[in-house]
Design a protein around this ligand. Sequence first.
Ligand code: AVI
Length: 327
Amino acid sequence: MPTAHDLQPDVREEDRVLQFREDVLKGLKSGTKRLSSKYFYDAKGDALFQQIMHCPEYYVTRCELEIFRGQAADLVRAITMKDKQPFDLIELGAGDGIKSRHLLRALQEQPCEFTYIPVDISGNILSYLEESLADLNGLNILCLEGEYFDMLAEATKISANRKVVLFLGANIGNMPVYEAEKFCDQLRNALQPGDIVLMGFDLKKNPQTILNAYNDEAGITRDFNLNLLTRINRELDGNFDLDTFTHYQTYDPETGACKSYLVSSTEQTVTVAGTPISFQEGEWIFTEVSQKYSMKEIEVLAANSGFSMDTTFFDSKRWFVDVIWIA
Ligand code: AVI
């Protein structure tokens, strides 16, 4: 079994910082300022997200965990199918793997051979994940650090096994709808007929419940959002004054878009990587969308990208759904 390091593409830290710099400057110089939420996840951001998942208001993780705890046997039945051939279980945006652990345990009890391939942009979280799964004796695990489709291509090069792709935790929601559509098309094209996708969606519900989940009283989500500026200060020699930016959250029940912003409380000029960026008082930076879906919208998304909708798994409140799509 090759190790993760043997298979890691030669992504140099320097290239990563250059890409970060390019994305940040482009986003801050555009007419409506924006920063990509994928940059939330440095070591501090990972730790804050762990805390968010334990916030009383943030129901998302608990709902999906309930599905994985309570319906692991049914999930296993749906993804192993009848042929019992070896398969690769590829988890995109694996995070800390708390949910997948239930699935992995249940899979280990079956007479089926599989390799678990967690993919994440954060090497930090992958190391943590690998350590935390060390007690699952005999688990074949191969961590891949990088962008989703690059790593999916890498996994396809490594083995011709049937693929089961996990995209959990409502990660799909962090893409605007048009991007989610493109992502699902690309995913379908990267897979072979009969491959499986297990995807988690946060469902539309009482708008206040959703808004509260991203506006927790303890202010963890605020810190998570502001940490993006700290990261820019550290890695791109920025001079954002965090006391002059506030966390602002919106939810539009009609479109299902829950959006995070950072708002400048004063007129100011900030320097990032030697480039001055001016802000009006009240000007905002758009930092994240957490899109919520209806079942109808999920069905349309599957059909338009060439997947057929198979099984659905709901939590007891029907706030969250994990769907199985077949390529
Ligand atoms: C990772 N992702 C699905 C989370 C979400 O709910 O959009 C990230 C998050 N942002 C603020 N709170 C949680």
